[in-house]
Design a protein around this ligand. Structure first.
Ligand code: HEM
Length: 228
């Protein structure tokens, strides 16, 4: 990294830009992944074919994984560093905490982020590596040809109420995180005006809700027998 670039990422605004860019990359992944999952409603051939194409194209899957990993590391480490800077700037907490600018989602940003990180660890063990056998569902990570049988893995898993419940909790955390992330992005970009703030806030809520509904459609459709 050049000296200029590294001194920019050492400033608060530089760090906020890193958060914004890495957050947008992660958001792009979330939308793509959600649309990919919705292919469950088109039947086993659609979603399994999609997964097999990804796995058969190493440049695509490893390219995406590398970008994703860099974005996750940048997002998490910069968040920690920003929190430290904030604390150092205000070593003594306010005597009376006024929560005018920060709302519930802002205060829980750290906890929703941590929940998502733990969820991703479980999620990879569950659906990518097939390491969660014996937790109450029959797990079939790979079919007879050694390829992931995504459709049946999802159906076998989400028939089990606790597994679906776990995904519901994780989606709740993700939605909170996305809502506040979108709102913070507008602030970082300087899109902040009394006249538009209500519209911006409603757009952030709409995006978070759409992602929540899009992701939860699959586990809930399986649990309630719409997808079998
Ligand atoms: C109901 C919600 C979700 C379902 C049904 C789902 C389903 C899946 C499936 C089936 C795979 C394995 C795909 C394959 O091997 O072809 C997968 C991988 C993955 N999912 Fe999800 N997912 C959900 C939510 C999420 C969320 C919210 C995130 C992140 C915020 C996420 C992150 C990932 C990652 C990082 C991978 C690994 C991709 C790779 O192979 O490198 N998933 N998911």
């Amino acid at each position: 990294m050049s000296t200029q670039a590294s001194s920019l990422t050492n400033t608060t605004i530089g760090k906020k830009m890193v958060m914004a860019v890495s957050g947008l990359v992660l958001f792009g992944f979330v939308i793509g992944h959600m649309l990919g999952n919705l292919q469950v409603f088109l039947g086993p051939d659609a979603i399994n074919g999609y997964s097999h194409t990804l796995h058969a194209t190493p440049v695509l899957i490893w390219g995406a994984r590398s970008v994703l990993l860099v974005a996750i590391v940048a997002h998490a480490t910069t968040a920690i560093s920003l929190a430290r800077l904030n604390r150092a700037a205000r070593p003594v907490a306010y005597a009376v905490k006024k929560d005018i600018a920060t709302d519930y989602a802002a205060k829980t940003m750290f906890w929703s982020g941590l929940t998502i990180a733990l969820y991703i660890a479980y999620h990879l063990a569950h659906l990518t590596f097939g390491m969660t056998k014996g937790l109450g569902y029959q797990h079939l990570p790979f079919d007879a040809n050694g390829l992931p049988d995504v459709y049946h893995n999802l159906v076998q898993s989400f028939r089990v109420p606790w597994c679906t419940a776990l995904y519901v909790v994780a989606q709740g955390a993700l939605s909170m995180h996305l809502y506040h992330g979108a709102w913070s992005l507008f602030q970082t970009l300087g899109v902040n005006h009394k006249r538009y703030n209500e519209t911006l806030r409603s757009s952030a809520v709409a995006v978070a809700m759409a992602v929540c509904v899009g992701f939860l459609a699959v586990p809930l459709a399986v649990l309630f027998g719409v997808v079998k």
